[in-house]
Design a protein around this ligand. Structure first.
Ligand code: SAH
Length: 236
């Protein structure tokens, strides 16, 4: 009986995951004009298929783990919508030898996705218990090429800079200059910019090989705010 129930649960999980991948492909199609592509990188989709999203959501919400929307993870924060995680990862254009900085670890889900695609991920989270939980979860699941630190990501992490790519998963009032400084020439910063609760744009900032900066806005998004010294003032 127990084994049957276990099999049922595995089948539900697999159905859920396949549904999530279908939803991502569908949403890519719907937004293809904005994002300028018909499909995301297959390596990114393979990472989305591989990382067990159900392990990154609170236990009480596991039944919703594959729903294509954000979910609460406590402390007023959320794990981002799967489509947005996939899109931001694709826009970063990760390569196997890359060293990536993430700002806004949250559950560690985006960190885990990146860890499948690059050599090393450094991730900064401002809320200490979230940083500790994410670090423990990632270690337990065997993602050993990631390092989570507690701190204000506005300043980046100069000690391991420059990076092959930087991803920010909280909405910033403006593009933080320290993060642009910490990009290698040819590298990208993917970041939502705008007001909390208002319109935010997912922006790709590219540092060209000659050091010049090119920016483009890809899609309207809704993220929790970047807090800390230079972020949005804390609310409530
Ligand atoms: N990538 C996460 C999404 C987390 S939501 C995931 O996959 O689960 C955004 C996270 O950014 C929150 O956990 C929030 O606490 C964190 N954050 C907000 N401002 C920050 C800052 N200045 N530095 C580092 N992390 C920050």
């Amino acid at each position: 009986m127990a084994a049957e129930r276990q099999n049922d649960r595995m089948r539900d999980m697999d159905d859920g995951l396949q549904g999530m991948l279908r939803d991502i492909r569908w949403e890519v199609e719907v937004t293809r004009r904005d994002i300028g592509k018909d499909a995301l990188d297959e390596r990114v989709m393979a990472a989305m298929a591989e990382v067990p999203r159900q392990r990154f959501v609170p236990e009480a919400l596991r039944a919703l783990a594959f729903h294509n929307g954000p979910l609460t993870i406590g402390h007023g924060q959320t794990i981002s919508q799967p489509y947005i995680v996939a899109l931001m990862t694709d826009l970063l254009e990760p390569r196997p030898d890359d060293v990536i900085l993430e700002v806004g670890t949250g559950s560690g889900y985006q960190t885990a996705i990146l860890s499948r695609l690059v050599k090393q991920v450094y991730s900064l989270e401002i809320i200490a218990p979230l940083a500790a939980d994410a670090q423990a979860r990632l270690a337990e699941l065997g993602y050993d090429n990631v390092t989570v630190r507690q701190g204000d990501g506005y300043a980046g992490l100069p000690e391991h800079a420059p990076y092959d790519g930087i991803i920010v998963t909280a909405a910033a009032p403006h593009v933080p200059p320290p993060l642009v400084d910490q990009l290698k020439p040819g590298a990208r910063l993917v970041i939502p910019v705008g007001l909390p609760g208002w319109s935010q744009e997912l922006r790709v900032v590219e540092k060209r090989p000659d050091g010049g900066i090119r920016e483009r806005d890809v899609l309207g998004v809704a993220f929790v705010p970047l807090t800390g010294g230079h972020g949005h003032p804390e609310r409530g």
